[in-house]
Design a protein around this ligand. Structure first.
Ligand SMILES: Cc1cc2nc3c(=O)[nH]c(=O)nc-3n(C[C@H](O)[C@H](O)[C@H](O)COP(=O)(O)OP(=O)(O)OC[C@H]3O[C@@H](n4cnc5c(N)ncnc54)[C@H](O)[C@@H]3O)c2cc1C
Length: 490
């Protein structure tokens, strides 16, 4: 549906010059500024209404990226790196007509070294495509965001993305050995090293999670993770959410770190079951999906331990998947959750905060109370093992005034998480969405230190401006979110 907020940008003389220069340097077939492209690249997977991209570029080589950034510098323009646009914090939303530099055509797996267990990939490689290409050799790329069918490795690196299996394996930062980066002035550097022998500051680690504000990743050396020899998936159901939360804490306290530990509340279980019919118990207050992997003896032992712990904590039943088909069915439900909610309402706003595991029950109760007060439906499906909450606020974008309520409820959910000792984001990043909360979480000194990092990489403030740090100017298109006309969010 058309984005009513989107206004087509009228091209200035300077735009024309930049456009011609880009066409000359990287080829006119890789440069777009027609209305359709501007509309398509005006937003990402977040609830933010579109910004306005200036010119959209589709580089196919590192040199093309260098050329784009150098042209942006010559014309005093900012740029926004973009992968698949599945980000949920507005990180790829263009503010004030920057160059949008889409890496989707840089999608080759350049080198795979199974012996040393690494691969060099271009940033536009889709996460699941990488894992699929490795599977016949017994490897995978461990970070597995629920968006893995679409999101790119470049986006994963920029957002330091996680996924269900990052509980045991760690988020993206733990799986990136080196990154080739075009800095905001067009200089090409490599941060990190495939042998992992680094001296000096770990600038690779600084870049990962930089949300496109420190430059553009053009090649990434990722670690390959061997597929585990044995996997066991369990579906546990509870008549009380508190018992499910207690089970999560008790498992970790017993020294077991499952590969994944995901929780779904009653409401989401019901819509998922109606959507994909995978055998979830729709009368349960909560279900847990727990996966253990490793050597078969260890997996067998931990499965027995988990069964006992969960029954002691009040689980009504524990189902152990007896085949790959059953395992896949259990995961299919979890992975279909975001699609399934469309049966209830056409729009959702997905939050992402992390809270201490011990506070799960009280924070969830507050989340339900907040949603009720704002007359919104909320469903919870989240990475329980590391306390990474994902409340889904459902709404119909056509309903007048609904977005005000969604935003206010979201704001309260973030504050409740912070008050419980949590943090702003587990994996979706800060982007535009959470920068207004940065001052609630970081001290002035912390923020000033972070600004120094940004300035060291990007002294002219050209790379993905208006994102992450609360200081400086604000993005005019999305500044006054609650004052947007009704329907602007469609
Ligand atoms: C249904 C759904 C489920 C999701 N589940 C998860 C989940 O389980 N875990 C999770 O962590 N996230 C999840 N996400 C969020 C999102 O998919 C991830 O943040 C993902 O890594 C973004 O990748 P992308 O290619 O879409 O990046 P984009 O959205 O295009 O960009 C994201 C950010 O990265 C920057 N960027 C992109 N490419 C580069 C590059 N080459 N160099 C520098 N900066 C770059 C952009 O400027 C932007 O700030 C989910 C999203 C959806 C829609």
């Amino acid at each position: 549906m058309a984005n009513k907020f989107f206004k087509k940008k009228v091209h200035s003389k300077q735009d024309d010059q930049l456009f011609r220069e880009l066409c000359r340097n990287i080829g006119s077939e890789r440069v777009k500024r027609d209305g359709a492209s501007q509309l398509l690249y005006s937003r990402d997977g977040s609830a933010f209404p579109g910004g306005i991209p200036g010119i959209v570029c589709f580089p196919e080589t590192t040199q093309h990226v260098v050329d784009c950034i150098k042209a942006a510098n010559r014309h005093d323009r900012s740029f926004v790196p973009r992968g698949a646009g599945t980000g949920l914090a507005g990180g790829a939303v263009p503010c004030d007509a920057p160059l949008v530099i889409s890496t989707t055509k840089m999608n080759s797996i350049l080198e795979v070294n199974y012996e040393k267990q690494f691969a060099w990939v271009e940033p536009g490689v889709v996460n699941l495509d990488l894992t699929k290409s490795l599977s016949e050799f017994g490897f995978h790329f461990a970070p597995d965001p629920s968006s893995q069918q679409s999101c790119t490795i470049g986006g994963n690196v920029a957002n330091n993305s996680g996924g269900p299996h990052c509980l045991a394996y760690g988020v993206t930062n733990a799986h990136v050995l080196a990154v080739e980066v075009v800095l905001p002035d067009g200089t090409l550097v490599q941060l990190g090293d495939i042998d992992g022998h680094m001296s000096g500051y770990d600038l690779r680690g600084v870049f990962v999670g930089g949300e496109g504000t420190l430059g553009i990743a053009t090649r990434i050396a990722v670690k390959l993770t061997p597929n585990p020899p044995t996997i066991c998936t369990l579906l546990l159901d509870f008549m009380d959410v508190a018992d499910a939360a207690k089970t999560v804490s008790a498992i970790i306290a017993a020294g077991i770190v499952p590969a994944a530990m995901e929780m779904m509340d009653k409401r989401i279980v019901k819509v998922v079951e109606e959507f994909v019919k995978v055998g979830y118990p729709t009368d349960a207050a909560a279900v847990l999906i727990i996966e253990i992997d490793g050597l078969s003896d260890g997996v067998r032992l931990e499965t027995e331990q988990i069964k006992k712990i969960s029954l002691d904590c009040g689980a009504r039943s524990v189902r152990v998947a007896s085949s790959d088909i059953e395992r896949e069915k259990i995961w299919k439900g979890r992975k279909s959750a975001f699609g399934a909610v469309a049966q209830v309402q056409p729009g959702y706003y997905l939050h992402d905060t992390v809270i201490p595991r011990t506070k799960l029950v009280e924070v969830l109760e507050e989340v339900y109370e907040i949603a009720n007060r704002y007359e919104l439906i909320v469903m919870n499906v989240f990475h329980a093992g590391d306390g990474n909450l994902h409340p889904l606020l459902l709404f119909d974008p056509q309903e007048p005034g609904v977005m005000d309520r969604v935003l206010l409820a979201g704001e309260e959910i973030v504050q409740v998480s912070l008050d419980a000792g949590g943090v702003l984001s587990g994996e979706h990043g800060i982007g535009l969405e959470k920068k207004r909360f940065m001052e609630n979480f970081f001290s002035k000194e912390d923020l000033a230190a972070q600004k120094l990092v940004k300035d060291a990489f990007d002294p002219d403030g050209r790379a993905n401006p208006f994102k992450v740090l609360p200081s400086g100017a604000s993005c005019s298109e999305v500044n006054h979110l609650s004052q947007l006309p009704d329907g602007a969010w469609v």
